[in-house]
Design a protein around this ligand. Structure first.
Ligand SMILES: Nc1ncnc2c1ncn2[C@@H]1O[C@H](COP(=O)(O)OP(=O)(O)OP(=O)(O)O)[C@@H](O)[C@H]1O
Length: 310
C-alpha cells in the first residue's frame, strides 16, 4: 500500500494558484526528498497530505484512506519547520501531552526522549532548551505512536553534526522497518546519501522525480573526470581532443589536474583513449550531485524565486 498518493492535485490560497496538477506518491519503506525553492509548495503539499486543507482539484490518498480521517492521521508523524513548545512545561510533560492527543502510549515517552538524546533534560522546562534540544523534542513528538508515514520539514535545523548523523541513522532504521518518510531540506549535500528518491518542485509544479541515477539520465548531465597528467597537461589535452568525444568544459585545476566534462555514454570511450595514451597518471570520476541536479531542474532563478507574496 502506498503511504500517500497525490493524483493531479492542485491548490490555491484565495484566488492564487500555488500547486498545479501534482502527481506524486510514496511507498512503504522509502525515503523521499522533497525539494524546491522558498515558496515552491512543499509545505502546502504536506498540509494536503495531513488533511489540513482540501485540494481544489485531484485526489489525495493517504495510507489507503482519506487525508484528514482521524484513523489515518494517527499513523502520521509530522515535524513542522519551526517547532514551538510551551516554555513552562518540561520535555516529558510536553511529550505526554502530545501522546494523549495522538492516542499513543505514555510508556513510549521516556523511551523516545532517550532515543533523541534528551534523557538527561526531560525534566527541565523547555524554556531552558537550546534550539537543537527543541528540535530533538519536535522529532520525538513526530515519532509518537510509531508512525507509518513520517514527514519532516527541515529536521536537521539546529542539530550539530553528530546529532544530524544520529537522526539519519534513526530514519534509516525506521525506513528498514517499513515507515515511509518525506524529508524536506535545503541542505542537499546532507540529505543526498539518505534518500531513495527526490522530487523537485518549482513554482507549484513537479519538475522531476526519481532516484538520482534516473534524474541524472533525465537531465543529460555530464560526468566530470579529473585527470592527473603523467607528463604534461598539454600532452593530455591533445589526447582528449584526438579522442573526438563530445567533451564539454575542460579546465586546469590549481593542482595541475585537468577536469573534463563528458556525456555518460562517452565516458568509457574517453577513458580508454587516455589510458591507452600513457599520458594519464591518475583518474577520479565525479557524478553530478543532488545539488547539481537540483540547480539543473530549478534553473538559475535562485533568489528570483521569492516565495510568493503571502
Ligand atoms: N496561509 C497562506 N496564505 C496565503 N498564501 C500562502 C499561505 N501559505 C503559503 N502561501 C503561499 O503558497 C506558496 C507555497 O508556499 P509553501 O509554504 O508551500 O512553500 P515552501 O516550498 O514550503 O517554501 P519554504 O521553503 O520557504 O518553506 C507561496 O507562494 C506562499 O507565499
Amino acid at each position: 500500500m502506498s503511504c500517500f498518493r497525490l493524483d493531479n492535485v492542485s491548490y490555491r490560497y484565495d484566488k492564487r494558484p500555488v500547486l498545479h496538477g501534482i502527481d506524486l506518491s510514496l511507498e512503504e519503506g522509502e525515503i523521499l526528498g522533497l525539494f524546491g525553492h522558498n515558496g515552491a509548495g512543499k509545505t502546502t503539499s504536506i498540509k494536503l497530505i495531513l488533511g489540513l486543507m482540501q485540494p481544489v482539484q485531484g485526489q489525495v490518498t493517504v495510507l489507503g484512506g482519506q487525508a484528514g480521517d482521524p484513523q489515518v492521521t494517527q499513523h502520521i508523524g509530522y515535524l513542522p519547520e519551526n517547532v514551538m513548545f510551551y516554555p513552562q512545561l518540561t520535555g516529558r510533560e510536553i511529550l505526554r501531552h502530545f501522546a494523549r492527543l495522538k492516542g499513543a502510549s505514555l510508556r513510549q515517552v521516556p523511551e523516545l526522549l532517550d532515543q533523541v538524546g534528551l534523557s538527561d533534560a526531560m525534566d527541565s522546562r523547555t524554556r531552558t532548551y537550546s534550539k537543537g534540544m527543541r528540535q530533538r523534542l519536535g522529532l520525538a513528538q513526530a515519532l509518537l505512536g510509531k508512525p507509518r508515514l513520517l514527514m519532516l520539514d527541515e529536521p536537521t535545523v539546529g542539530l550539530d553534526p553528530v546529532a544530524t548523523a544520529d537522526l539519519y541513522r534513526l530514519l534509516q532504521g525506521l525506513r528498514d522497518e517499513g515507515t515511509g518518510i518525506v524529508l524536506c531540506s535545503h541542505v542537499l549535500p546532507g540529505v543526498e546519501p539518505y534518500i531513495d528518491r527526490a522530487a523537485i518542485l518549482t513554482d507549484g509544479a513537479l519538475k522531476a522525480s526519481g532516484n538520482l541515477a534516473a534524474l541524472r539520465q533525465q537531465a543529460h548531465m555530464p560526468v566530470t573526470l579529473s585527470l592527473k597528467p603523467a607528463n604534461s597537461v598539454s600532452a593530455l589535452e591533445k589526447v582528449i581532443d584526438a579522442a573526438q568525444t563530445s567533451t564539454g568544459l575542460m579546465t586546469k585545476t590549481g593542482q595541475g589536474e585537468l577536469r573534463v566534462d563528458v556525456q555518460p555514454r562517452e565516458k568509457m570511450a574517453l577513458l580508454e583513449s587516455v589510458m591507452k595514451s600513457g599520458e594519464v597518471a591518475d583518474v577520479s570520476i565525479h557524478q553530478p550531485s543532488l545539488e547539481d541536479i537540483y540547480v539543473h531542474f530549478i534553473g538559475s532563478g535562485g533568489l528570483a524565486h521569492r516565495g510568493g507574496g503571502r
